[in-house]
Every structure is written in structure tokens, then in C-alpha cells.
Design a protein. Structure first.
Length: 173
């Protein structure tokens, strides 16, 4: 049995067994890797993240079709504005939106395409860096359950409460 502390800090460690006093540190990199080198490394091992002819994170045959249990007109909960009002967040969002189409993660919607249910976007900030997060929580209320159900918070908390060891990833799920 082992656990990994995944906090984003310099004190990353692994504990093995019940002895929480004995910590094993990750070896530091011999040199700093630039963002372009990291990107090239990830793309050279693309098979770990997607099949050869697909974008990162997109695997053909594993698409999930979301079926809603309501019909038009959609409730106001599903028709919220897609972008944040705060100017600082909007600027950070513009930077993300410029990068993601090049990676094949998102595509621009044409002027003749209708978006009936926009995905509200939250811009979270951590250590001065922005992270773009799609807020799909309203869809959970109106989605027909399938084989990829999102666990309810109370069920997740009950499962965690019965665990002997808990790592940060268990709590963040």
C-alpha cells in the first residue's frame, strides 16, 4: 500500500506502508525543461494520451452522447451566459481560446450555427495563472443516466469516509 501527496509544491513525497514518517522524494530534474520541449515530448508519446491520428484526449469510439430528459424551450439554468463578466477573466479566457483550436481541443462555432445550450466558462486563478474550466454542472440535472455517471457528492464522501488511506486525488474526485 502506498500513497502519493500530489500537492503542487516542492515537498512532493511518497509514503510506503503505514510508516508516514518515512518519506521518499521525487528526484529533481537535471535541468529545466522549456514549454516547447515539454510539448514536443508529450506529442512524441501521443499514444499514451490518444490514438495516432487523433487529437490529444480524443479517442475515436469512446465518444459519449449526452441525452437530455427535457425538450425545448430549455430552462434558464441551461441558457446562462457563456463568458465571465470580470474583465481580467475575459482577457485570460481570450488567451486560452486562441490556443485551444490549434491543439484541436475546441473549434470555433460558425455564424450560421446555433448554440442552444452554451457551456458557461469559469476562469479559476492559482498562483497568478489562469485555468479555463467548463461548468457542466447544470447539464447533470437534465441528463439521462448512462454508463459514465458522475458520482453524487454524498456517495463520494461516504466512500472516502470508509477508506484506510486517502490521497489528495481521492478528495479532489
Amino acid at each position: 500500500m502506498y500513497g502519493i501527496d500530489l500537492h503542487n509544491n516542492k515537498e512532493r513525497y511518497i509514503t510506503i506502508g503505514d510508516n508516514k514518517c518515512q518519506k521518499f522524494a521525487f528526484l529533481p530534474l537535471k535541468r529545466q525543461i522549456t514549454e516547447s520541449e515539454l510539448s514536443a515530448l508529450l506529442y512524441s508519446h501521443k499514444e499514451a494520451f490518444a490514438a495516432n491520428k487523433e487529437c490529444l484526449g480524443e479517442i475515436i469510439g469512446h465518444e459519449v452522447v449526452i441525452i437530455l430528459d427535457i425538450v425545448r424551450p430549455y430552462p434558464p439554468l441551461l441558457r446562462r451566459p457563456a463568458y465571465p463578466e470580470v474583465p481580467k477573466s475575459r482577457e485570460a479566457l481570450e488567451v486560452h481560446i486562441e490556443e485551444l483550436p490549434d491543439l484541436g481541443v475546441i473549434r470555433k462555432v460558425g455564424h450560421n450555427e446555433e448554440v442552444e445550450i452554451p457551456t458557461p466558462v469559469i476562469v479559476a486563478w492559482h498562483n497568478g495563472k489562469s485555468v479555463m474550466v467548463g461548468d457542466f454542472r447544470p447539464l447533470d440535472t437534465y441528463t439521462v443516466p448512462d454508463k459514465y455517471q458522475i458520482p453524487k457528492i454524498q456517495i463520494a464522501l461516504t466512500q472516502i469516509s470508509q477508506a484506510v488511506y486517502i490521497c489528495t486525488m481521492d478528495v479532489l474526485k
